[in-house]
Design a protein around this ligand. Structure first.
Ligand SMILES: C[S@@+](CC[C@H](N)C(=O)[O-])C[C@H]1O[C@@H](n2cnc3c(N)ncnc32)[C@H](O)[C@@H]1O
Length: 846
């Protein structure tokens, strides 16, 4: 029996209860439950975008496959050597599981020595006989390469193993492949020495007791009624400190630092304009995986709170505290982990919470259950209570194995309830795997930066891709690659007009997007630049230019440095600018004339160069900036603002609630906040339409599942710009159709059936295009749900028509690819495990 039994391994993301109820009405309970559990785990098929200016996707696949095979050979050799050394001595009391853990851990440790190296990233075979499927090209997105991971796995924890408890941010990073860095470590067993094996678990936030939080309660009472149920009622010190969940209230008090003028645009709700800056900041924080409401460290006011959890890069490596983290910690929060940094883990795995002593010292502590502000059950599910600030929805709460309790039960339980308030227990934590301590216990807590726990055996085994083929590939989610392809046609349609037009006829939509020669492309909200750099690679083929805007100075640096890494600098201009102001109202230009002039020079092209570059042909040898293979570049556009109708294509990937990012264990957005964010996005849509020339293409995408930010905004744009904007099929269609009908709360319209068919909704965990998804679709239909899955199979079948992918240059290569594809189909049975996302494509017709 392990020392810390009852380990939770199957979490679900926790939502604000009102949001959970709303989403349940939007999606149906079973679809929401599936999404919630998928969100709490990492995607098991990470994708890479190949930089087609430097490399050909098929070459990248070959090299990655070689690396993986090499790594597998080395791994099995290591294992063979270890097995001869680590065999249970005769009469040993070691259980077989312990031996197997020892071997797994030892071999993983050796692999970790080459961390950052492609061999480690690609991973090898494992001791349990699992073989990582070979990297493969995506069938529709020709510059996408899909890798494979697995999980949840059975991790063996040996008897008496020491323990370490980390915060949620560190946990989310670990789930996607990172190790644990100092700021994320909360508690550890006494006596840990360097090299010790440690069971790593995550303590999730819980509502804090009101003890000592008088001022906060006072503030809470001052809030407008509409926000009273908000879990985001933190009173941040200023707009700059507002992060997810705290934004609306904070800025109502403090006022935005900058932002569009109130009422500036008819039809854009004023909520969008009042809290613009705070909302955008909040969305930034959400996209970075930070929640203002959730104190990643613990007890607010404890000396530990100056250290914020480790954040991770997309590549999966974890870093120290981020500036966003520092911002968010200054907000007063009521969702806290409650573990002071450095707390010892007891022999039974219990960890004392920071307020335990105060609770125990309270007079009349016998009735303790009642005196504690929020009656919180042991699994973190909060029941209703008079002054309990937050009640997370039990139906979608982490399934930790511990029973939930009602308020009455908690009260009746008396001392037991108090126990629950005083300790974090193993059964309510999420166990992430086994790590090796990078130092002795004191050293682990003394430092505020650096690696403290090197993960060895993980719940999820996902390739980290950190530093993999630098400059040639970048880690990018499949739907993000699809969004760029929907705007440029570069990824999938360089030679697939036949398949595209066949799907067009069924949706009544037009032909795939094409970039005109000298295309001017605007990426309105561009940082960190994943999509901008993909756009730049696409416009290189037509001698075009991409203007990338972001409102944050430091983020512009991120874009330019990524562009330099990928060699797309010549085609990319990045400026710090508020995209709602991209077109200056006061610009003394005749917008229509500008549009006419530009349209005249922008003759549509689908040149060989475009097709070749899209397929990675153009750049088998890395080109210099203005390589002969790429058309000459026109002059730069220079900084904004621009005259109206300047751009041929606009990508609007606005700040959003990021409710599609994985893995996430908690989302604290409230419904009013989601709606305010949607309104802010409308102000960006208005600017996008102004910047786009007639005949141009607008792609609107978000990484959230929230209907107000997706279907409702698309419907709003179509109604507001009737006769100006037309919806087009956002090909290549990988996702599900959008939601039809109307918002269950406001009655605002969503999409009409024919419109829903043209957009792409990616549910988190949606498996594309595997058989499992199709099977699930059959099973998951639920009465009353607004699921739009019907027709998806037809959509997939259309997209998978052989014509879409058999036009690679050269019959031989096409035949080889087809053969490879057939093999892959077997391996692809599981499909692609995507993040939550949404894509819509519009044409500005006049
Ligand atoms: C979803 S992220 C964009 C991700 C990016 N498209 C990519 O693929 O790498 C949203 C970005 O919008 C920026 N942003 C928010 N409000 C903005 C505004 N008014 N103008 C320009 N950028 C804004 C944020 O700083 C953030 O970097």
């Amino acid at each position: 029996m392990p020392s810390c039994g009852g380990r939770g391994t199957a979490p679900s993301v926790r939502w604000d209860p009102e949001v959970a109820t709303y989403f349940s009405a939007c999606f149906g309970a079973s679809r929401l439950a599936a999404m919630s559990s998928a969100l709490a785990r990492p995607g098991l098929t990470p994708s890479l975008r190949v930089n087609t200016l430097t490399s050909r996707p098929q070459d990248v696949v070959r090299r990655l496959t070689d690396m993986q095979e090499q790594s597998e050979r080395e791994e099995s050799e290591r294992r063979r050597r270890l097995a001869s050394v680590v065999s249970p001595p005769a009469g040993s009391e070691l259980a077989p599981a312990e031996v197997s853990t020892t071997i797994t851990v030892a071999s993983a440790m050796q692999t970790a020595v080459v961390e950052g190296d492609a061999a480690a990233a690609s991973g090898g075979g494992s001791d349990d006989g699992w073989r990582r499927p070979a990297p493969r090209r995506h069938r529709l997105l020709r510059d996408a390469v899909i890798l494979s991971g697995r999980g949840p796995r059975e991790v063996s924890y040996t008897q008496g193993m020491k323990e370490a408890v980390v915060n949620r941010f560190a946990a989310e990073a670990v789930l996607k492949g990172a190790h644990v860095y100092a700021p994320g470590l909360l508690a550890a067993s006494p006596g840990i020495v360097e090299g010790d094996w440690v069971a790593v678990s995550a303590a999730l936030e819980r509502p804090a007791p009101q003890l000592g939080w008088g001022r906060q309660r006072q503030r809470q009472q001052q809030q407008p009624a509409g926000n009273s149920s908000s879990c985001g009622s933190s009173t941040a010190a200023g707009a700059g400190t507002a992060a997810a969940g705290g934004a609306v209230v904070a800025t109502a008090e403090e006022g935005p630092e900058e932002g569009p003028e109130e009422g500036a645009e008819e039809g854009v709700p004023s909520a969008a304009l009042t809290d613009a800056d705070a909302l955008a900041t909040a969305a930034d924080a959400a996209e970075a995986g930070l929640d203002a409401d959730a104190d990643p460290v613990g007890w607010s006011g404890s000396s530990s709170s100056d250290v914020v959890g480790s954040s991770s890069t997309e590549g999966g490596s974890s870093s120290g505290s981020s500036s966003k983290g520092r911002k968010s910690k200054s907000a007063r929060r009521r969702l806290v982990v409650g573990i002071a940094r450095g707390t010892p883990v007891g022999p039974d795995g219990r960890v004392e919470l920071a307020w335990a002593k105060q609770l125990q010292r309270r007079p009349g502590a016998e009735g303790r259950g009642r005196e504690v502000g929020s009656s919180t059950a042991s699994n973190g599910v909060s029941s209703s209570s008079t002054d309990g600030p937050i009640a997370f929805a039990g139906s979608v709460t982490a399934s930790t194995g511990a029973p939930s309790a009602t308020a009455a039960e908690a009260e009746a339980a008396g001392d037991v309830a108090d126990e629950e308030h005083c300790y974090s227990r193993p059964a309510e934590r999420l166990y992430l795997g086994v790590a090796r301590a990078a130092g002795g216990r004191r050293a682990l807590f003394r430092s505020s930066t650096g690696l403290v726990l090197q993960m060895q055996d993980r719940l999820y085994d996902v390739p980290s891709c950190n530093g993999l083929l630098r400059g040639e590939v970048m880690l990018q989610a499949l739907p993000s690659i699809a969004a760029v392809a929907a705007l440029t046609g570069s990824s999938s349609t360089s030679c697939s007009s036949s398949s595209s037009s066949s799907s067009s006829s069924s949706t009544g939509s037009s032909s795939p997007a094409e970039l005109p020669r000298g295309a001017r492309v605007l990426d309105m909200c561009a940082a960190p630049g994943g999509k901008s750099t993909a756009l730049a690679a696409a416009v290189a083929a037509v001698g075009g230019r991409v203007v990338a805007l972001d409102r944050t100075h430091n983020k512009i640096r991120e874009i330019t440095s990524l562009a330099a890494d990928l060699g797309v600098t010549p085609w990319l201009e990045a400026y710090k600018h508020d995209a709602t102001q991209v077109v200056a109202a006061a610009v003394a230009h005749d917008g229509a004339a500008v549009a006419r002039d530009h349209a005249a020079v922008a003759a549509p092209v689908n040149t060989e160069a475009a097709a070749a570059a899209a397929d990675g042909q153009a750049a088998a040898s890395a080109p210099d900036a203005a390589d002969a293979a790429t058309p000459p570049l026109g002059p730069p556009l220079g900084p904004p603002p621009y005259p109206p109708a300047t751009f041929d294509a606009v990508l609007l990937d606005p700040p959003c609630s990021a409710l599609g990012l994985r893995p996430r264990l908690l989302h604290s957005w409230t419904l009013p906040q989601l709606r305010a964010l949607a309104a802010y996005q409308r102000s960006l849509i208005v600017a996008a339409v102004a910047a786009l020339r007639p005949g141009g293409t607008l792609v609107y995408c978000t990484c959230t599942v929230s209907p107000p930010e997706n279907e409702a905004n698309v419907a709003w744009a179509l109604d507001r710009y009737a006769g100006v904007l037309q919806l087009e099929s956002a090909q290549p269609l990988l996702g599900l159709p959008g939601l039809t009908g109307a918002d269950p709360v406001t009655g605002e319209r969503w999409l009409r059936p024919e419109e829903a068919e043209m957009v792409q909704r990616f549910d988190p965990g949606l498996l594309l295009p595997g058989r499992r998804m199709r099977q699930q679709q059959g099973k998951e239909e639920e009465g009353g749900a607004r699921s739009q899955e019907a027709g998806t199979e037809g959509r997939q079948a259309q997209q998978l028509a052989p014509s879409s992918d058999t036009c690679a240059a050269g019959a031989e290569e096409a035949a080889a690819e087809e053969q490879q594809q057939q093999q892959q189909e077997e391996e692809e049975e599981e499909g692609d495990d995507v993040m939550g996302f949404f894509i819509a494509r519009f044409r500005k017709v006049r």
